[in-house]
Design a protein around this ligand. Structure first.
Ligand SMILES: C[S@@+](CC[C@H](N)C(=O)[O-])C[C@H]1O[C@@H](n2cnc3c(N)ncnc32)[C@H](O)[C@@H]1O
Ligand SMILES: Nc1nc2[nH]cc(C(=O)O)c2c(=O)[nH]1
Ligand code: SF4
Ligand SMILES: [Mg+2]
Length: 259
């Protein structure tokens, strides 16, 4: 139950949204594993479907092979409320902001007093009650080239490359919401692109983007993979003056489902 929840806090639009649904891959209760809120108990709502295809996507069944059931917003909210200790909700995916109904869900959660984080690739702006926009812009190293494609022979590479950066959407997100920019780092070659992208976002945005809101996160979906990547990324954070974020859930539970 959120700390400031009250019995009459339901959104005034709740009736209109009764029939609204979202494609949901999973809902689970865990610790936020990434970013400035790492360690905070949170309910995760994972929508299905994505406009990008990162070769390394750790949520394969929301992007490369989307699987889901349609859940009504009422059922999603009831599932969240069943985790009575939680007052933080993380809306993720897939890409949650491709779905118009994500806004209605965030409005319901805001009305109920939850703190909301949205994990987004930063290619789409929507106006919604978001307490933390956790933006993870995708670098060239994410592109599913024929050699890296986990499913086909690079059929998605061109579309991914065209879509992965939208400076206006990034600027609108950082101007509107408290935000963090969380980059998946595969090696030191990613850093010049991060610096260039930050300069473009800083030029386009009215808000100051502090280096302390720029996070470097090691690529890896298992403990073994992170054993080979986390120290190099930590060294890069020290060298460039950005923040390091662990993947706490992977360190704690490896790649177990529902964590
Ligand atoms: C599955 S994505 C869903 C949200 C949104 N589509 C995005 O990419 O930000 C959730 C987070 O996991 C990160 N991620 C995905 N695969 C990863 C991997 N193999 N290693 C490290 N981080 C990864 C993404 O960059 C993002 O920050
Ligand atoms: N524990 C945990 N923390 C997370 N933070 C962001 C996640 C995501 O997949 O968006 C995630 C996740 O999948 N699990
Ligand atoms: S943008 Fe996010 S969900 Fe989509 S493929 Fe990349 S990591 Fe996966
Ligand atoms: Mg994850």
């Amino acid at each position: 139950m959120p700390v400031n929840a009250s019995a009459d806090a339901a959104s005034p639009t709740a009736d209109a949204d009764d029939a609204a649904t979202l494609p949901i891959n999973e809902v689970f209760y865990s610790l936020q594993g990434e970013g400035t809120l790492a360690g905070v108990p949170s309910v995760f709502v994972r929508t299905s479907g994505c406009n990008l295809r990162c070769w390394f996507c750790d949520s394969y069944h929301t992007s490369w092979e989307p699987t889901h059931g349609a859940m009504t917003l009422d059922d999603i909210v009831a599932d969240i409320e069943s985790h009575g200790e939680a007052d933080h909700v993380v809306l993720t995916g897939g890409e949650p902001l491709i779905h118009e109904q994500s806004v209605a869900l965030l409005e319901r959660l805001d009305g109920l007093g939850y703190h909301t984080t949205v994990e987004t690739n930063g290619t789409i702006y929507r106006d919604a009650p978001i307490d933390l926009a956790s933006i993870s812009p995708k670098l060239a190293s994410s592109t599913p080239t024929p050699e890296k494609d986990p499913k086909g022979d690079g059929e998605w590479a061109e579309r991914h490359e065209e879509r992965r950066i939208d400076i206006d959407a990034l600027a609108d997100l950082v101007d509107t919401y408290d935000s963090q920019l969380k980059f998946v780092v595969t090696g030191e070659d990613d850093l010049p692109e991060i610096e260039d992208l930050l300069e473009r976002v800083r030029n386009a945005a009215a808000t100051t983007v502090a280096d302390s809101d720029v996070l470097l996160m090691p690529e890896g979906t298992t403990r073994e993979q992170l054993d080979g990547s986390r120290n190099r990324v930590a060294d890069l954070a020290i060298e460039y003056g950005y923040r390091y974020t662990p993947r706490l859930h992977v360190d704690l539970w490896n790649d177990a489902p529902g964590t």
